[in-house]
Design a protein around this ligand. Structure first.
Ligand SMILES: [Zn+2]
Length: 280
């Protein structure tokens, strides 16, 4: 499943082919993805100029010149492929194809169809049912220690579970929550409401740093964010703790034979990886 940094690199990769361009032709090859596509979907997109491409949590927002926004989510396995009309014909899972006035094609490929697209009036975007309850954007200017502390106040759940709640912070998945807690030195078991003051500052900083590093690493591993195949986004990354049960902790000079190294526990049916010595 694409995580927030991958969606961010996809958004950056879509800017060059789409921003300022007119959608000269839009091909819709199904009536539905995860949800039914909106009425007159292709016709409403066709002829529109793309004003800008942005992101909210793990949603891609393609702002159009008539004020509407094409809202996209990649679901479990959705991909955006940038190509041109001379490329191989679309495959069976290329459900939506945007062709610009410069001949660039953006294909939305989603074999499992857990992805979605909707057309929303710009003024109604924030109140859209999928966006209305989202917490602050972790890479946004408004995200800070005090903002995070406010979201965590009164929550008795473990901090790990609280950070997975999209109402607390938008767009964080299991991997980035584990990594952020490690760099903040906070135990995933700690009650969320105790993360206030300097701890909240540390955690907000760690979240930003972990996400930004992943965006930079993902971007640098792809040429202008577009792979040779035209595919945007998915990338491998080295994690400090995630998926490293039993490995030496990269933050401590700990003796694995004595400490067991990075620990794995299960919280809310999801694996959590952490260092018991460093994270309190
Ligand atoms: Zn450690």
């Amino acid at each position: 499943m694409p995580e927030l940094p991958e969606v961010e690199t996809i958004v950056r990769g879509l800017r060059a082919p789409l921003e300022g361009r007119v959608l000269a032709r839009v091909v819709q090859r199904r009536a539905d993805l995860r949800f039914p596509l909106p009425h007159d979907f292709a016709a409403r997109l066709q002829g529109r100029r793309v004003a800008r491409v942005a992101r909210r949590a793990k949603y891609i927002l393609i702002h159009l010149d008539d004020g509407e926004v094409l809202l996209c989510h990649l679901g479990m396995s959705g991909r955006m492929i940038v190509t041109d009309e001379d490329a191989a014909p679309p495959g069976p899972h290329d459900h939506i194809i945007l062709v610009t006035d410069r001949g660039a094609e953006v294909r939305f490929c989603d074999p499992r169809r857990f992805g979605m697209m909707d057309l929303v009036a710009g003024a109604a975007l924030e109140s859209h049912r999928l966006l209305a309850d989202l917490g602050p954007e972790p890479l946004g200017n408004e995200f800070s220690g005090p903002v995070l502390a406010g979201r965590l106040a009164g929550r008795r759940a473990p901090i790990k579970a609280a950070l997975m709640d999209q109402r607390v912070v938008a767009g964080l998945g299991n991997i980035y929550v584990c990594e952020s807690l490690f760099f903040a030195g906070l135990s995933p078991r700690r009650a969320a409401y105790t993360v206030q003051g300097r701890r909240a500052e540390r955690l907000a900083g760690a979240i930003r740093q972990v996400l930004n590093r992943a965006v930079e690493a993902g971007g640098s591993s792809l040429r202008d964010y577009v792979q040779a195949s035209g595919e945007l986004g998915y990338f491998q990354h080295d994690w400090a703790v995630y998926g490293r049960a039993g490995a030496p902790c990269p933050g401590c000079a700990c003796d694995v034979a004595r400490t067991g190294g990075i620990r794995r526990i299960v919280q809310s049916n999801r694996s959590t990886f952490y260092c018991g010595a460093r994270q309190r």
